[in-house]
Ligand binder design. Structure first.
Ligand SMILES: Nc1ncnc2c1ncn2[C@@H]1O[C@H](COP(=O)(O)OP(=O)(O)OP(=O)(O)O)[C@@H](O)[C@H]1O
Ligand SMILES: [Mg+2]
Length: 226
């Protein structure tokens, strides 16, 4: 599957002031590489990911999914099996245990879970949170909660994974752990786009998109495939 973003523009009005959060951004994301959207705070990273995920609408431009997703290409009809998102604020459910949070996409879509994906306990082990499986997320650290949210996103092995600073709460070692797992997901033939301003993440990317004031300033392949 390929994601084609064409001429995306998004403005926010604040009183009499207008902020251009995205300014005519075009790009194509292909499977098989870990792409990082970099750029300073306020440059438009979250806005780009939110529009791609269908959480926000653009003022102009389009997002197209080139091959049909399992449940079709209408963003409003997409589920965890199509597109998985790791929001900056994580959005874990605190009435459910860590294991149940990771398993949520499977609970919502049993046929997809039967057909594909990775068991929740395997994901918990890979993300080094297996010992926390029966706790509520609020009884775990910020880094552990973030790894729970990334594990949940991978539960149904989605062809498109978007993560908004998915390593922002991790220490060096765990940044490597999470990035290694996300890169492996990309190399398995999926589209993976995450935002970050962390040098450790940027230097591990196959492709780096740099945003500034809503504009795509550069789009570089790093050639670091490993
Ligand atoms: N709902 C909103 N209303 C008004 N302005 C907004 C809104 N969301 C974002 N903006 C503005 O749009 C611009 C881009 O914001 P965005 O959140 O996409 O940046 P970002 O690159 O994700 O920053 P950060 O690294 O701090 O997360 C900023 O100037 C921001 O203040
Ligand atoms: Mg942001």
């Amino acid at each position: 599957m390929t994601v084609v973003v064409e001429n995306l523009t998004k403005r926010f009005r604040r009183g009499s002031e207008t902020v251009t959060a995205l300014d005519d951004v075009s790009l194509v994301l292909a499977p098989g590489e870990l792409t990082v959207a970099a750029g300073p705070s306020g440059s438009g990273k979250t806005t780009l990911l939110s529009i791609m995920a269908g959480f926000e609408t653009a003022d102009a431009g389009t997002v197209r999914f080139d091959s049909p997703l399992p449940t079709g290409s209408d963003p409003l009809a997409m589920t965890w099996r199509d597109l998985a998102f790791v929001p900056q604020a994580l959005a874990l459910l605190d009435e459910m245990s860590v294991r149940e949070n990771v398993d949520l996409p499977a609970l919502l879509d049993p046929p997809a879970a039967a057909e594909r994906g990775e068991p929740a306990d395997d994901l918990l082990a890979r993300f080094e949170i297996g010992h926390l499986a029966d706790r509520y997320p609020s009884m775990t650290s910020g880094g552990e909660q973030q790894r729970t949210a990334v594990a949940r996103a991978l539960r149904l092995h989605p062809p498109l994974l978007l993560g908004d600073e998915p390593t922002g709460h991790q220490d060096r070692g765990r940044i490597e752990l999470v990035i290694g797992i996300l890169r492996a997901h990309a190399y398995a033939g999926n589209v993976v786009l995450i935002s970050s301003h962390d040098e450790a993440v940027i230097s591990a990317a196959d492709r780096v998109l740099t945003l500034a004031d809503g504009r795509l300033m550069s789009d570089k392949r790093t050639g670091v495939r490993r």
